[in-house]
Design a protein around this ligand. Structure first.
Ligand code: NI
Length: 389
């Protein structure tokens, strides 16, 4: 087991890469310059098996170990930024107004590059490591993780297990957190159009007012979680969009509303889809209106596999000490498209502490460069442990 001091030199390299990426954020699948930067670095480390252009701008690079035959382990980082105007006031702030690395994917990419440099140098493991750099983690269906899996990376590169890592603001630098089973929620979206009959706002009796009906529907949906779901099972139904008339004196023909469904329990996605439709159409019909309903399933539940979770816990404990590893992390209701890779292969996702920074997706957020040697060290030790069993 290599301790964190082993990775101090790499921390300097990775800090430089991370700040370069931070200054030059790119969105969704259009991470061309980021991908070029990553591929050039990988080549400079002496890695000759680099496949670019997977799912448009994704990369998989393979490092062969020199300790004998063995399976291939997949390590995944994401490369995309967010459409947010940066307010971190750091010297390396985004040079592109309205785009920023507000989720730390610059740090994730730099950590995996750091591990790549180390592992390409030492190669003290069996089998191979597949370094997965994916675009478009932040977008909804179809996201980069799904596209990479659909492009067949697991089969093409013979990946037998896959591991992910995300930084966690609020968790001290040098600490890790993980849990077995569901760690992040699924994400589905719904849209409802309430179709009534519009008219003059001064003569509501000659209309079927979809605004009032939409209000009833919003209240009705609140009871799906509070009255119809087992309280010990996590489900969120949030109505977030509402579009009615553009004038104060018009009752519109229709109201469009939308929202999101998050859950840690896959079968509750079926429940939510069925009951949101039943509740909204029942309420609308009671008032003489109709609904159009659309339910779109996006990212599934990010669910860690037991054996790989235990391997990740073991490696993290030996790396930073048991007291610095929370193996019963609370699941969060955010979504993460690494979920698709965990559906394709057994694996586990871990949180690495980002210290007391602003939260993810906040304009003042910045990845903490002090976390870099911990992320790099986790990846290196994971490979040297898992690939030597
Ligand atoms: Ni993220």
């Amino acid at each position: 087991m290599r301790n964190v001091e082993t990775f101090r030199d790499l921390q300097r390299d990775a800090t430089e890469w991370r700040r370069h990426l931070h200054e030059n954020p790119e969105l969704d699948f259009r991470v061309d310059n980021t991908a070029r930067f990553v591929a050039e670095k990988l080549a400079s480390f002496g890695i000759d098996h680099i496949q670019t252009g997977i799912a448009e701008t994704g990369i998989v690079a393979v490092i062969q170990g020199e300790a004998g035959e063995g399976p291939t382990i997949g390590l995944r980082a994401d490369m995309d930024a967010l459409p947010i105007l940066e307010a971190s006031n750091k010297p390396w702030s985004s040079k592109i107004a309205g785009k920023m690395h507000a989720c730390g994917h610059d740090g994730h990419t730099a950590m995996l590059l750091g591990a790549a440099k180390y592992l390409a140098n030492t190669r003290q493991f069996k089998g191979s490591v597949a370094l997965i750099f994916q675009p478009a983690e932040e977008i909804e269906l179809p996201s980069g993780g799904l596209k990479m899996v659909e492009a067949g990376i697991m089969e093409r590169f013979n990946i037998s297990r896959v591991f992910g890592m995300h930084n966690s603001p609020g968790l001290d630098v040098g600490k890790f957190a993980i849990c077995d089973g569901p760690m992040m929620a699924s994400q589905d979206d719904f849209n409802i159009v309430v179709k009534g009959k519009g008219g003059h706002a001064a003569a509501p009796h000659r209309t079927v007012d979809p605004v009032v009906i939409a209000a009833q529907i919003i209240l009705g949906l609140q009871t799906l979680v509070s009255r119809s779901t087992d309280p010990t099972e996590a489900l969120v139904i949030s109505v977030t969009k509402l579009k009615a008339a553009n004038a104060n004196n018009i009752i519109p023909d229709q109201v469009e509303m939308g929202g999101t469904v998050r859950t840690l329990v896959p079968r509750l996605r079926d429940f939510a889809e069925r009951q949101i439709l039943a509740s909204s159409s029942g309420i609308a019909r009671g008032f003489g209106a109709d609904v159009e309903f659309k339910y779109v399933r996006s990212v599934p539940v990010t669910s860690n596999h037991t054996e790989e979770t235990n391997l990740a816990i073991d490696v993290a404990r030996r790396f930073v000490g048991s007291a610095s590893v929370n193996d019963k992390a609370r699941a969060g209701m955010g979504a993460e498209d690494f979920a698709y890779m965990l559906q394709a292969r057994p694996g586990a996702m871990i949180y690495v502490g980002n210290g007391s920074t602003a939260g993810l997706h906040h304009p003042a957020y910045d990845f903490n460069d002090d976390a870099l040697p911990y992320g790099i060290g986790y990846w290196v030790n994971l490979v040297e442990v898992v690939q030597c069993i």
